[in-house]
Unconditional design. Structure first.
Ligand code: SAM
Length: 447
């Protein structure tokens, strides 16, 4: 599988720097980039100025009244509404970080310090076709309850829908269903079900919960609806997702993909996080580039940004969740732990290394696990971190497991969960109504 091997294996560039196309500011790379990376200059280099070009004015007597209306419409500048102003302000704030990330990436390409595997173009993905299993349609027929998935070697049978299926082996397993072969990564699990049937995912106790939860919800979106890429869900339904029951009692890192729509970002930040009991920690951006290294659209194009947003939030540990007045006095173990904290841990070191990167800012807020167990200090995810990669086909997101583990107290042994997934990840549990979609053996190449 093209994505399995490395942290951000979707990088596949050629060692040639190309300018980021900018709607109004022209190329901003190479020699010119240094100036456009200065935030104040970057901010002033473009504005939302939309021009409406109407037909010539009607000068007949009866047309005068209409002309007045038309004149009002054909103002040469457009006054943005409050959402557009807010969206523009967000764009201005992240722009210097995106330019710095793009520049840093270009330099690493030029000096050959990226791993070879990132530069080699991946072979193109097979086409999705009519012969693919349509899990959403299949779920709607009466035979769905009888559908099974069969592990190839052991010949064990499991229900395909509404049951948690696990591959506990330390190697991949091939499994057959609906005449197709699917690859189940090592120590992965999946639940193929609708939103209304999530209960097999919920752990018996929160101490068996998930340390990392990644979600890519099917936000309502005209383009997705037009192209019928997948079914969307009303935003309000997301409020009912039992996030707190899924998060580990020691706390969890929650990463949510969000579109650039200002209304949606405001909903997530002001309503969704509060309802799920999460604290906003950082905002990351994924800059999408072509295999030739150009952004997929001009950086400043207001209605088609070349980036997507990942909101990172923290579910508190059960202990932190208790209102402060009810919290017990610190125990002796907690005192020992705070003394230990003065020595930087390996995780803190990793975080401070991360800080040196030019395209992310790092807060040193720390998250503690409960006093009863061994205390560890989790570095907060850096703010304004930028991921640069070539997007996979069919709106697939880049793989984030290794990156997110850096900001989870349990590191590589974190229990991970991906919600609304279309593929499986080694060591993680995945859920969605088409969770096996990209696990079809045809999407993998033999090593
Ligand atoms: N992260 C995925 C990727 O990179 O391939 C894309 C996820 S896509 C934005 C959202 C997914 O949620 C789609 O697979 C869609 O079918 C699924 N979905 C939509 N409505 C759902 C529902 N009611 N229950 C479960 N999954 C649903």
């Amino acid at each position: 599988k093209q994505y399995d091997l490395f942290e951000l294996a979707a990088f596949r560039y050629f060692a040639r720097k190309k300018p980021i196309p900018s709607q109004t500011g022209g190329p901003c790379n190479g020699e010119d980039t240094s100036s456009s990376m200065v935030p104040s200059q970057a901010s002033s280099s473009h504005q939302i100025v939309l021009r409406e070009e109407g037909p010539g004015l009607n000068t007949t007597t009866e047309g005068i009244a209409r002309n007045r209306k038309r004149k009002r419409k054909t103002r040469s500048t457009y006054t943005p509404n409050t959402k557009e102003v807010a969206a523009k302000a967000r764009h201005e704030a992240i722009r210097p970080f995106i330019l710095a990330a793009y520049e840093a990436f270009g330099q690493r390409l030029a000096d050959g310090s990226l791993p070879r595997s990132w530069i080699q173009p991946a072979s193109s993905e097979p086409e999705m076709g009519d012969e693919d299993v349509d899990f959403v349609a299949l779920a709607g027929v009466w035979q769905a309850d009888l559908a099974e998935i069969v592990f190839q070697d052991s010949e064990e049978h499991f229900p395909l829908f509404n049951a948690l299926v696990r591959n506990d082996c330390a190697s991949e397993v091939l499994a057959a269903c609906m005449g197709h072969t699917f690859l189940l990564p090592k120590r992965s699990a999946f639940l193929l079900s609708d939103f209304s049937r999530l209960s097999p995912l919920i752990p018996a106790t929160r101490s068996e919960g998930y340390d990392i939860i990644l979600l890519d919800p099917p936000w309502e979106n005209k383009s997705v609806q037009r192209q019928a890429t997948y079914a969307t869900l009303p935003n309000r339904n997301l409020l009912g997702l039992p996030l707190q029951k899924l998060a580990h009692s020691d706390g969890a890192l929650v990463a949510i993909w969000v579109t650039n729509r200002e209304k949606l970002r405001a909903f997530v930040e002001s309503e969704l996080l509060a309802t799920w009991g999460l604290r906003l920690e950082a905002t990351w951006h994924w800059l999408k580039v072509t295999p030739e290294g150009e952004t997929i659209s001009p950086l400043d194009l207001a209605h088609h940004r070349p980036y997507e947003v990942l909101v990172l939030a923290r579910a508190p540990s059960e202990e932190q969740d208790v209102p402060s007045a009810e919290r017990e006095q610190p125990s002796e173990t907690q005192h020992v732990a705070s003394a230990e904290r003065e020595q930087p841990s390996e995780m803190q070191q990793a975080a401070s290394d991360e800080r040196e990167q030019p395209f992310g800012t790092h807060k040193m807020n720390t998250v503690e696990s409960p006093a009863s167990s061994q205390l560890t200090v989790t570095p907060s995810a850096p703010d304004n971190f930028v991921i640069v990669s070539v997007p996979g086909e069919h709106s697939r997101k880049p793989p984030l497991k290794c990156l997110l583990e850096k900001y989870s107290a349990k590191g590589a042994s974190s229990r991970g969960l991906e919600l609304f997934a279309r593929e499986l990840t080694a060591g993680w549990t995945s859920w969605g109504n088409e969770v096996l979609r990209f696990q079809d053996a045809k999407y993998f190449v033999a090593k």
